[in-house]
Design a protein around this ligand. Sequence first.
Ligand code: SF4
Length: 364
Amino acid sequence: MPDGTLRTPDALIQAGLLPESEREALARIAARYAIAVPPAFVRLITHPDDPIARQVLPHADELRTAPHELPDPVGDAAHSPLRGVVHRYPDRLLITPLLVCPLYCRFCFRREQVGPDGGLLTEAELQAAIAYVRAHPELREVILTGGDPLLLSPRRLAWLLVALAEIPHIELLRIHTRVPVADPQRVTDALAAALASETPLWLVLHANHASEFTQDAAAAIRRIQAGMIPVLGQSVLLRGVNDTVSALESLFRTMLRHRVKPYYLHQLDPAPGTARFHVPIAEGQALLAALRGRVTGLAWPTYVLDIEGGHGKVPIGPRYLDAQGGVRDPDGTTHPLAAPLLAAHALAEPPLAAPLLARLAPAS
Ligand code: SF4
């Protein structure tokens, strides 16, 4: 059913979002990666290189893969015992019930997998995923991600959540979504009701710029929160989108105004053709450090890196303790620590591996 989402180079050119001169490059990109720009984002775009446009409009640079970029940068495949299941950590597991999204982020770490035709698990595959969860009592949490689980029909979503909630060892459910900002009209009362669960359910909203929180998005978030569902925010640190102190401050303050707690700020995963979004880790640390003391601690997400190859997610935020036993305050002044604290500090602060930092340095 047509919903006003722009999905082809032709549609983007006709809407005046990209010039005719880019048609050939756009066709080559469209042959490889999915495109979708929903009306909620079209309305926010003022220029082909503004923070909203950069996230969703295809760009010729996507056809260039840097040597360090990988089709599966976070190593999902190495931890996938079944189609649509990723079991990386002992206590939690991902299910991707579908790989369809309301928009296709040009920096997506699953960009080689997501798309409008892809990844919808069959009934039998979903049943197999649920059986896997049931057979693994060490699991405590199931995360529905994708793709976007809020694109499932309310009936399908409710069925899946009930099936998972009935598993005695599952204490926590989580849904990762972009729908409330990308397609807020989709958050109907029926969809919000489908989220009702006996097991605590947390929703993690992916948003990267304050302007994504339109009035419609605010209403969608409120509809979800009305069901006593806490909403967390996750964002990706992106060049030209949110790579300034003011953009991050505005994003995190806006989240809090909508009762969305900033949870993760992700270092960009090196997916193919995403180099134009790369912000070096040292710069990310400096941005976070500049926010410290300037915004409430509630507005400070954990800055994280998903180690390539499926080795897990680790915090990479700014450090405040130095090797001499000093502690830096938010203004940058270093103070000595009392001796007993210093002993604890030596144990608590392994250095971030220099080889890893070197490997993540921007490609020249
Ligand atoms: S919504 Fe998530 S899964 Fe979909 S394209 Fe964006 S980052 Fe990828």
